[in-house]
Design a protein around this ligand. Sequence first.
Ligand code: PAF
Length: 281
Amino acid sequence: MELFRTILELQQALTADRSAGLTIGFVPTMGALHPGHLSLVNRAGVENDRVVVSIFVNPTQFNDPSDLRNYPRTLDADMALLSTCRCEYVFAPSVDEIYPVPDIRKFDFGSLESVMEGHFRPGHFNGVAQVVSKLFDLVKPDKAYFGLKDFQQYSIIKNMCSMLKLPVGIVACDIVREADGLAMSSRNTLLTPEHRAIVPQIYSTLQNALKEAGQFRPEEVRKHVIDRINSLGLLQVEYFEIVDELTLKAISSWEQKGTKVGCIAVFAGKVRLIDNIVFAK
Ligand code: PAF
């Protein structure tokens, strides 16, 4: 496994691989890796000849400066974890390497970005699109791997690839959970012991919502989830929406065609967690 800090080093290695006809799988990350990330790396390893993992805490996708400041940065531990997988190249550039000049591009994802994460974190998806499009341009992967915990991000990236006609296969990977159901996230390490003890209730509430779906209308299920989590005292729901998987518009009836996904964002103290559950295929 090689660690590259510059675009030049990365591109030298990848140009040689591409001329040898090797396929490239790419896992973009912001580091603070956990088994959820490793599941993406392992899948990339099964499906490609070369695996590239980027580790870059992208400033343009943070709308809250203290969130950016506190985001865990653990390169040595990340390298140790990656050495347990098949990963040929780690790309961990500086901010100046990625943004030698400010990126002023504005993406328009229409209604996909005006709801949920996009609504509560203005500019977030523009920043994600800036960095992911740059990274795709540098790595030119055959396939790129994204976790479904960030369901809206996955939707936006698929949309960006169609919009920019990028020849990258976007592979969605299932959410990986702790034994108690908490979705794995780099932010989990920031939870206090008190919050850590209660956050598994987010997923158990989503599972109950799934059971209730036959008896109650979507709007009622939505309210039950919000009320239940807020009633626990230590958690504050920012949003819970049951949306159509393609349009991300809130559904009004279970009879609507297509897969429905219940997406939630919850504050556990200062730590913001997201999760989701699929209601129907
Ligand atoms: O999901 C993430 O970790 C980030 O949003 C990504 C895709 C690496 C872009 O910075």
